[in-house]
Design a protein around this ligand. Structure first.
Ligand code: ASP
Length: 411
């Protein structure tokens, strides 16, 4: 924000640190942690409020301005390939690291009385059929991102083919997209306080004691996330001509929202604008970011690989290579099916566990530290989408940091 003495990421970082301090001190002063909850929830509500109108307007305007079906098909192909490949690499990184460190060795935790629910994955046909909304208004009101993307793309194309008559409609969506960008900016003014509330609540609720027996597992998760950034994202970012620090700085508000809310859906609007300010084109960003938000969850994939090895070790279940290959395949599918909400991967991991014969009670083992791991994986989920958007935009030769800087200037 212009005129403010401190940049938004700095303010958010301060909010986060203050939240940790206040959260840690909460049990000592005997304060009820639930008081912090609405402060954070208000922020989550605000950021989720802008998602549907922002995605709809930018995607319609973006698709209408591309106007060329083969180009959009190309963007879609590149984006999907990138997402699938990086998610598979993510599971492999998690698996290799977990095989080396063996986070579950020497650990035996009683799981008596703890039961976890099984999740049956929907069939592929129904998943694909479900992308087409029977009622687009229903898709909008439910915030079903795949359905919204599908309808917005078709609408945008239709718009680009009706010539003169379509102009006012295009102007409307273009203008509404700019309005939504402004509204997102207003919402972000509350971010430092929201982040404070979320952090204080999490730390006060989950304290450090729950972490100690599982510290190795959490450590492996964070190191694997770091490796994903270093091995996968930064080389892709370098290809666009951006430096690592420019990229991470530009996305720091998104990362902080992801880290504190544990919801990549909550970070969607900030990421969508963040990658455009870095130079990704609007048509590519408005397609890749909402799509990635729904299907690209590299952090969740890393987590599933690590958790599978961890649980197998604790239960003494052998994990030969063929089982680990099954884990890779299923973790990719399960991460695609995960939603951008807190704890989603913890539910979806039952798909992986069931398939390789790990008792579902194992979920209870990791549930205590899930929030701390969710923070890392959500941040990676968001960074993975952002990397995809800048990378594909560069492949499409429409990556332009100067345009991004002008956009940031105009806000
Ligand atoms: N919390 C994650 C997200 O919102 C999903 C998960 O990995 O549980 O992206």
């Amino acid at each position: 924000m212009k005129g403010a003495r401190m940049s938004l990421p700095t303010q958010m970082a301060i909010g986060m640190v203050l939240g940790i301090i206040v959260g840690a001190a909460t049990p000592m002063i005997g304060f009820n942690p639930s008081y912090y909850q609405p402060i954070g929830q208000l922020f989550i509500n605000l950021v989720r409020m802008v998602v549907v109108p922002l995605v709809l307007t930018t995607l319609v305007a973006g698709a209408a301005s591309v106007g060329d079906v083969s180009r959009l098909g190309r963007v879609a192909g590149k984006t999907l390939t990138y997402y699938l490949a990086t998610t598979a690499i993510a599971v492999v990184i998690g698996l290799i690291l977990a095989n080396i460190v063996q986070p579950g060795s020497g650990l035996s935790i009683s799981t008596e009385g703890l039961k976890a629910k099984d999740v049956t994955p929907p069939s592929l046909v129904s998943v694909l059929l479900n992308i087409v909304p029977i009622n687009p208004m229903d898709a909008l009101s439910k915030g079903n991102m795949l359905q919204i993307i599908f309808f917005a793309l078709l609408f945008g194309f239709g718009l680009s083919t009706v010539g003169e008559k379509g102009k006012p409609v295009l102007n409307f969506f273009d203008g509404a997209a700019d309005v939504m960008i402004k509204v997102t900016g207003f919402v972000m003014l509350y971010a430092p306080i929201g982040v404070f509330g979320l952090m204080a609540y999490t730390v006060a609720m989950h304290g450090l004691s729950v972490l100690l027996p599982l510290i190795k597992l959490v450590g492996v998760m964070y190191v694997a996330c770091l490796l994903q950034i270093l091995i996968v994202y930064l080389p892709c970012v370098k290809f666009t001509g951006l430096s690592a620090s420019q990229f991470l700085k530009g996305l720091s508000p998104s990362m902080m929202i992801a880290f504190t809310t544990c919801s990549s859906a909550a970070a969607l609007s900030t990421t969508l604008l963040g990658v455009q300010r870095l130079g990704a084109s609007r048509p590519v960003a408005s397609f890749s970011i909402p799509l990635g938000n729904t299907i690209n969850m590299d952090g969740a994939a890393i987590y599933m690989g690590i958790a599978a090895i961890f649980a197998a070790e604790v239960y003494g279940i052998p994990m030969p290579l063929d089982r680990q290959l099954t884990v890779i395949l299923l973790a990719v599918l399960a991460s695609i099916g995960s939603m951008g909400v807190p704890g989603a991967a913890l539910i979806m991991i039952t798909m992986v566990f069931t398939q390789v014969g790990i008792p579902l009670e194992a979920i209870a083992l990791v549930a205590g530290v899930d929030r701390i791991m969710d923070m890392a994986r959500t941040t990676i989920n968001v960074l993975g989408d952002a990397t995809g958007a800048v990378f594909v935009s560069k492949l499409e030769n429409d990556f332009d940091p100067a345009r991004g800087a002008r956009m940031a200037e105009a806000e």
